[in-house]
Write a protein that binds this ligand. Sequence first.
Ligand code: HEM
Ligand code: HEM
Ligand SMILES: [Fe+2]
Length: 472
Amino acid sequence: MANNLQYESQKLGTMYFTVAAILFGAQLVMGLVAATQFMYPSFLFEVFDFSVARMVHINALVVWMLYAMVGSVYYLLPDESGIETVGIGLAKLGFYILTAAVTVVVLVYILVQVGPADESTIWLINEGREYIEAPRWADIGIVVVILVFLWNVFATAIKGERTGILTVIMADLMALAGLYLAGMFFTDNISIDQFWWWWVIHLWVEATWEVFVGSLAAWGLIKMIGARREVVEMWLWIEVAMLFGSGILGLGHHYFWIGTPEYWWEIGALFSALEPVPLVAMFVHVVYDWGKETGLKKGAGEKATQNNAPAFAWFVTNAFGNFLGAGIWGFFHTLPQVNIYTHGTQFTSAHGHLAFFGAYATILIGMFYIGVQGTNGIKEMRSTFASKMGLFLITFGVLGMTIALTVAGYGQVLVERAQMGATWEAYFISQEALWFVQGMGWRLTMGVVTLVGFFYLVIDLLTIGKSNIHTR
Ligand code: HEM
Ligand code: HEM
Ligand SMILES: [Fe+2]
């Protein structure tokens, strides 16, 4: 296939997108294995246990999103700075090293699974920290590759044009990468371990990743609907201030019950309750600009609404999904008075699914489509049947899973927490309760719908270039 991309950096970006899409598929398959085990606990018992399937599911999730984010930066960097990425040769080498390391880590997760309870396991098999279980040798490799990546970004932005969007991305990436270090040090006190672990998890998804998404949305609006840069960048700065202003101390909503001082109840309640505000702003920003800002011409004075229909549809889904999954489903359980009942139930999982999907998967899939548009040199890309089926089935599937999990979580809150007082016995009784069991069944069903949507998505990404040939 001919590659129409002008810059090597953009080609590298699409290589990152390809690996991201493959890992996304792996994530879904592992989710289905884990969901099946909820229904039939003996499924693959002692061959591929739930704990392993779950670990691969959520690690694949984090890694594919990081891949897609790094890919997005390599993709937009020459576009914003106006020059080829500085040190592109080293950047490519970094991609191959990282991808080889990720492959080895995944194979070890799948084939070795667990190790002895000593230091060697932390170094070679997994660290046992949810979402960031990568063994320490891989951690160190990741740090080196990310340092090269940061150098690429900074050197390019300094040499070429440094736009507002790039400035935000530069600052944000430094924080994002620096936080990873907080999850690398082992302590044998579980409270201290959790304290720092949340610095990575919460300060990633509720501060640095959100700011990253703000920057992507800003760039995407300029690219896809010709929005005015001054307007978009002004919004971006406001969003950054609000996101960091609420998200950083919002960290307190994870410090209610892990042995941290009680003042975190008030801090966590107040600041995390403010977190939906910037998400509303981001939503308004996209929808408002969509209606007003179109700077694209279609010829004869006519305005085009956008130049990449599938990507734009995913960006709009992001504005809704971020607000719903993070803002609404997050707000539901963020006050300590509520969280004392919902903590660690399927309610948390409902929020986790809709938030990761709504805030991140959507916009990153949108970036995949922008990559496909560039690679095929298409001026105005139209949706195909497969684009629509992919968007519809994936979104419908994840929403369905979220509702199923919310109902199951509600059942747990009532039976296990409120009625039976959160005892060990109560936990097992509520696992057998009708609403819980039905919720698990629907989650599995909707998971299959999601996977079917994923197949449409992949077929579309591979073929939409051809079907848009007439619009080049
Ligand atoms: C895109 C942004 C977000 C993502 C991806 C996300 C994801 C998650 C995930 C995966 C968990 C479960 C963590 C675990 O395994 O223990 C979680 C927990 C939590 N999230 Fe979010 N979240 C986001 C935003 C928010 C927002 C904006 C709020 C509040 C307004 C919020 C409130 C909470 C709370 C209170 C918990 C703890 C639940 C418990 O006690 O079990 N989240 N989040
Ligand atoms: C085929 C579709 C999927 C199925 C069947 C599925 C299934 C599961 C299962 C069974 C778990 C373990 C829950 C537990 O320990 O109680 C899980 C956890 C998780 N999944 Fe999925 N999943 C799917 C897709 C997704 C997608 C699309 C995302 C996000 C983009 C996602 C994000 C997560 C997260 C963040 C967790 C951890 C939740 C927590 O700790 O509260 N999953 N999933
Ligand atoms: Fe949080």
